[in-house]
Design a protein around this ligand. Structure first.
Ligand SMILES: [Zn+2]
Length: 341
């Protein structure tokens, strides 16, 4: 899993700088099809946005946008005055691919820009039915409007040239599936599987760092589950998406648990490890160095020699930075947890 950092330092939430003790992880998805992880920091790194999450992720990796222990604003105000998961949960957004636009079915009409991906799908579908001869350019002009009208009269729908719910339903049911979210299409499937795997890997890492059991209580939940449990606002994510791929939050939690279980080397673990800093030596240092190497850090001169010198300190610092931990070059409980995650 590849993690980079672009903190939302101009966001009011970042500036509020309230700390949380993480008790769980909340899974969201963006509801903005086609906007990938790298594009979100610029969108949210400004004042008066009134929303902030700890990370965005897509098929390529994770962009961390808040320190894990800084309070985010991701699931609305407390429900009926009750507790809010903002106070307890680390939150990330899984970016939805372009094709998700077909599940939202936005109203398309002449003169309204945006939703180019959806317009292109409609144009291709109408072309496949012999009704549209223009380019699939994503722009809803007179030719597209005329083609939609022709399609509507063919389907005995009100012929208004506006692609609304009834027209969407008819288009989505056409056999070519050019206006439907098709989970079996290779690109759609590949995207989902890669993003889902990154979500599970990130959640497992966080559960490792903060000693959370993904199978217990409200620990690992979606935004919609948070609503049902009265600790979040009323949103559907991710239950509008995961089931299209035969997945749900139960399978997600099991996948996180499996990753946690498999990442710890047999016969050793983070529990009971001493705090290690420069000057330390012995088998614990050697284990830590081996885990640093496994995590992709480098110890070019000395390797895992069991001696905590400047080279090891640099590797610990780099590891802490890569995982969004407090950067102090000291291997304490958080860093041990992350090494085993
Ligand atoms: Zn959400």
């Amino acid at each position: 899993m590849n993690i980079s950092q672009q903190f939302l330092t101009q966001n009011d939430c970042y500036k509020a700088n309230r700390a949380i003790t993480p008790r769980g992880v909340m899974v969201h998805s963006t509801a903005a099809p086609g906007v990938m992880a790298g594009a979100w920091p610029a969108r949210w790194n400004k004042p008066r946005i009134e929303v902030a999450v700890h990370a965005f992720l897509d098929d390529r990796g994770v962009v961390q946008t808040l320190p894990w222990t800084l309070r985010g604003w991701h699931c609305g105000a407390a429900y009926s005055g009750g507790p809010s998961a903002n106070n307890t949960h680390i939150a990330f957004e899984i970016c939805e691919p372009n094709e998700m636009i077909f599940t939202y079915r936005p109203v398309l009409k002449r003169g309204v820009s945006g939703n180019a991906f959806a317009v292109r799908g409609v144009q291709r579908q109408l072309a496949a039915r012999g009704l549209y001869a223009g380019a699939a350019d994503g722009s809803y002009g007179p030719l597209t409007e005329a083609a939609v009208k022709a399609y509507q009269s063919r389907k005995n729908l009100a012929s208004d040239g506006i692609c609304g719910p009834g027209t969407w339903r008819a288009l989505g049911a056409e056999p070519e599936r050019l206006c439907a979210y098709n989970p079996d299409a290779p690109a759609v499937k590949d995207y989902f599987e890669a993003a889902y795997a990154n979500a599970a890997a990130l959640t497992a890492m966080l559960c490792g760092i903060y000693r959370l059991d993904p199978l217990s209580g409200n620990t690992v939940i979606s935004h919609s589950e948070g609503y049902m449990r009265k600790i979040a606002s009323n949103h559907a994510d991710v239950t509008h998406w995961f089931p299209l791929h035969g997945r749900g939050m139960d399978s997600f939690r099991r996948d996180v648990k499996a990753r946690l279980g498999s990442s710890a080397p047999a016969g050793a673990g983070a529990a009971g490890r001493p705090v290690l800093r420069r000057g330390a030596a012995g088998p614990d240092v050697r284990d830590m160095q081996a885990l640093l190497l496994k995590a992709g850090q480098s110890l070019p001169k000395f390797g895992a020699d069991g001696s905590f010198g400047p080279e090891t300190e640099n590797a610990v610092t780099a590891f802490q930075k890569a995982r969004g931990l407090t950067i102090d070059g000291i291997c304490g409980p958080q860093t041990w947890g992350a090494l085993y995650a």
